[in-house]
Design a protein around this ligand. Structure first.
Ligand SMILES: Cc1cc2nc3c(=O)[nH]c(=O)nc-3n(C[C@H](O)[C@H](O)[C@H](O)COP(=O)(O)O)c2cc1C
Length: 208
């Protein structure tokens, strides 16, 4: 797939058919992730690839399986989500947080080595490792798209990351930025409309 086509086709997919992804494909996708730019040249990243459904179920046990209409409306208010397209995106995404990972063919947990307290950085450079792994996550998404698969991600809330560490047994010095689900998209899988943005209005030549 041509690069710009992969960029256009990469959409967050939360509805999958039940289909295995060959391990060779997973390895190519993660090899692409490993090619991303890295702050300290070390690429000290690991990727836990979970296929075993029992382990996935245990890992996701802590994630709510749905949300009532009332709680959804409250969440939109609490998080000040006022844009109607943004609201549609959240109305689609929030109820699927558990299912989109449970139904994925593989759940991938990216890990970075974090030497300083990521939640209390002393300077922006203390977030370099975190920024780098997000570069690798985008490579992973684009590679999965080019391979004909779809991806989603969830940011761990509350103690979900600590719980994942317990379930998956990764070392203390490694930090988990997100859960990733990869799978074959359902034929009618909705991709929520992206905001229409006029790129020319966002480019500031020489000065803002
Ligand atoms: C930093 C970051 C955090 C996100 N957190 C979540 C999340 O917790 N759950 C979820 O379902 N999607 C999450 N997403 C996906 C966004 O909802 C999605 O990228 C956005 O709606 C745009 O849609 P698109 O990816 O199809 O272009 C996140 C994306 C990013 C980049």
């Amino acid at each position: 797939m041509e690069f710009y086509e992969a960029v256009d086709k990469r959409r967050t997919i939360r509805d999958f058919v039940s289909e295995e992804i060959p391990q060779a494909v997973v390895e190519r996708i993660i090899a692409a992730a490993m090619k991303a730019p890295t702050n300290d040249h070390m690429r000290d990243w690991h990727f836990i690839v979970i296929r075993d459904k029992e382990t996935v179920a245990k890992l996701l046990d802590i994630i709510p399986k749905g949300i009532s209409d009332e709680d959804m409306e409250q969440l939109l208010k609490d998080w000040n989500l006022n844009d109607s397209e943004q609201q549609s995106a959240y109305r689609n995404a929030v109820p699927k947080q558990h299912k989109m990972l449970m139904d994925a063919s593989v759940v991938v947990i990216p890990l970075l080595k974090q030497k300083t307290d990521i939640l209390h950085p002393e300077s922006i450079s203390h977030l370099n490792g975190f920024a780098s792994i997000w570069c690798s996550i985008e490579n992973l998404f684009l590679a999965a798209t080019a391979e004909g698969y779809g991806c989603n991600l969830r940011i761990p809330l509350g103690i979900e990351d600590k719980y994942a560490k317990k379930v998956l047994g990764f070392p203390n010095e490694y930090f988990m930025p997100c859960f990733i689900g990869i799978g074959k998209p359902q034929e009618n899988a909705p991709a929520i409309k992206q905001k229409d943005i006029d790129v020319k209005e966002r480019i500031h030549l020489n000065k803002w």
